[in-house]
Design a protein around this ligand. Sequence first.
Ligand SMILES: [Zn+2]
Ligand SMILES: [Zn+2]
Ligand SMILES: [Zn+2]
Length: 157
Amino acid sequence: MHAAARFADYLSRKRLKMTRERRVILEQVLAARGHFGVDDLQEILRKAGHTVSRASLYRTLPHLVESGLVHKLEMAKGQARYEPMVGRHHHDHMVCLECGKIIEFESREIERLQDRVCRRKRFSMTGHTHQIRGYCDGCAGRRGPRAGGPDPQAHRV
Ligand SMILES: [Zn+2]
Ligand SMILES: [Zn+2]
Ligand SMILES: [Zn+2]
């Protein structure tokens, strides 16, 4: 299904309308490359000649994420980055809490393990987000070995 149709379908299930503003945000998000923040997106929209408030971006992005068209990455200090998933191969991320560097990776082994864990728990997975938080090579070097230790909020399998 085409992305706009998918989003319209999602909105109608939520009893929401595909407004002109939502359509414009969708179009610009899907055309954007890489992992961008809300400020970046506002700038992209501005350059394309659209004035969209931050408030409406904050209202619309969760819908794009929930519809599965956009992936959200949690960064340090409650910040987030977004990435359109349309036409992209599945991949997961490592996020540096110091400099914000994002490393994409794919591991068939991890994917297989996740499938196996879900089968064992009789859970039918429709998608997943696997995000590793920590420090990139450069930042880990500056912080010294094992600084901070593992994140206590880290997801445990
Ligand atoms: Zn994955
Ligand atoms: Zn870093
Ligand atoms: Zn990515």
